[in-house]
Design a protein around this ligand. Structure first.
Ligand code: ASP
Ligand code: MG
Length: 430
């Protein structure tokens, strides 16, 4: 994998690449586990797992380094490992791990992976600069979900990273530090976020997110194996898809690039020749682009006999949702009723009981939301006709049109969801 990543960087060498790397697969999970075991008081178990994690990195080093490169990298990994171990020993003794300590432990995954990458680059004779991201990724002290201070990051990143054609600058995703120099993390999966923060800070020409899929697909390939990558789509469309279940990236993680209008590419490390998906401010295509869906949805129908002209009703109703911190996904209203979808049934009972104090409530569990995303969807007169004739025979419970014209969402019983996705995929994408 590390070789493949370097190969990809080499094809971009004249564009002054900055390589922002996550930890090796499963390493962050292992580090989380180490903190849990340490807090449980199993000092030996925690130390053993630290040892295994370090050994895994040493093995990778041995597999592709030799001579002085191997010696230096091994010493570096042992050094990082010793720091990890003494930190974890402290946690085991105290049997306590604050969010701040946890971030300190989790940061080791990225520190280890990036020192391997830099070492391998040197071994291959590639010019490489290794930069500790904590020198420029200034964040607040909201440990485990720290927010970047974009102005300071922009100033420091330019000074510390200094990308230039002919070399690769390697740094860590996911980690940062407070003004006082305390290590923080941006939240799980935060490396994409790091990359777009750095891209925005440097005014990069593009940010590329390298994953293991060919880009953003027309729908979930587990359901439709021939789902294809979408060549280009808007940031907003991608966010919509992510929200409704497409597991490509977190929409918030590309926000820094969105604000600067920097194109974000989603590419496949295993198939770098595939074009991937380019996310841009405005999609050049009209019409539907992708279908996302989400199951385990509950449909709530609230009817008020007094709703006619009762303007306090909606605010009263939403106050209940707010009290239970329950986000509403879709909503449709008529003069006397409001239909909404919420995720999962766990919290529902109390919420419903409170709604019933001033309205009659119907609840349908085991529903699904299906969401067609595209551009100017209902500009084409035929669009709705095509959707509903494709779905002929499928009971649609609710329809919601995003005001942004980029999505049409339907609620339907869960058992019809797969069929409905297949029918719409056939109608629009095959
Ligand atoms: N290594 C971190 C995690 O697993 C960050 C990332 O992978 O993006 O959450
Ligand atoms: Mg990771």
């Amino acid at each position: 994998m590390i070789n493949r990543v370097l190969d990809i960087c080499l094809t971009r060498l004249d564009r002054a690449p900055v390589l922002v790397s996550s930890a090796m697969a499963k390493v962050t999970d292992a580090l989380v586990k180490i903190t849990v075991i340490a807090v449980a008081g199993d000092a030996e178990g925690a130390a053993r797992l630290c040892g295994e994690t370090i050994e895994r990195h040493l093995n990778v080093a041995r597999s592709f380094l030799d001579g002085g490169n191997l010696k230096d990298a091994s010493a570096e990994i042992e050094h990082i490992g010793a720091a990890l171990l003494s930190l974890v020993k402290g946690l085991s003794l105290l049997r306590e791990c604050s969010a701040r300590s946890r971030d300190a432990v989790l940061a080791f995954g990225e520190l280890l992976s990036t020192s391997l990458i830099a070492a391998r680059a040197r071994q291959r004779g590639i010019r490489v600069d290794f930069v500790d991201s904590r020198l420029f990724m200034r964040t607040d002290d909201n440990f485990s979900a720290a927010a970047p201070d974009m102005k300071t990051v922009a100033r420091l990143a330019k000074r510390k990273l200094k990308p230039a054609p002919g070399k690769i600058v390697v740094c860590q995703g996911f980690i940062g530090s407070t003004a006082g120099g305390v290590t923080t993390t941006l939240g799980r999966g935060g490396s994409d976020f790091s990359a777009t923060i750095i891209g925005a800070a440097l005014g990069a020409e593009a940010v590329e997110i390298w994953t293991d899929v060919n880009g953003i697909l027309t729908t979930d390939p587990r359901l439709i194996p021939n789902a294809a990558a979408i060549p280009r789509m808007s940031y907003a469309g991608a966010a919509e898809l992510a929200y409704f279940g497409a597991k490509v990236m977190h929409p918030a993680s590309i926000q820094p690039a969105v604000e600067k209008g920097i194109p974000v590419w989603v590419k496949n490390t295993k198939a770098p020749e595939e074009p991937g998906t380019e996310l841009v401010p405005v999609s050049p295509y009209k019409g539907p682009r992708a279908i996302a869906f989400k199951k385990n949805i509950t449909l709530i129908n609230v009817v008020s006999s007094r709703m006619l002209n009762a303007y306090g009703f909606l605010s009263r109703m939403f106050a209940v949702f707010e009290k239970y911190k329950t986000p509403v996904d879709l909503i449709a209203t008529s003069e006397v009723s409001v239909s909404m979808t919420v995720e999962g049934p766990s919290f529902l009972k109390d919420l419903i009981k409170e709604l019933e104090e001033f309205a009659s409530v119907e609840v349908a569990k085991n529903q699904a939301i299906l969401c067609l995303v595209g551009k100017e969807l209902w500009e084409e007169k035929e669009f709705f006709v095509r959707v509903f004739s494709a779905l002929n025979g499928i009971p649609v419970k609710m329809i919601s049109l995003g005001a942004s014209k980029i999505n049409l969402s339907l609620a339907l019983p869960e058992e019809y969801c797969d069929t409905a996705v297949k029918l719409l995929h056939q109608e629009f994408f095959e």
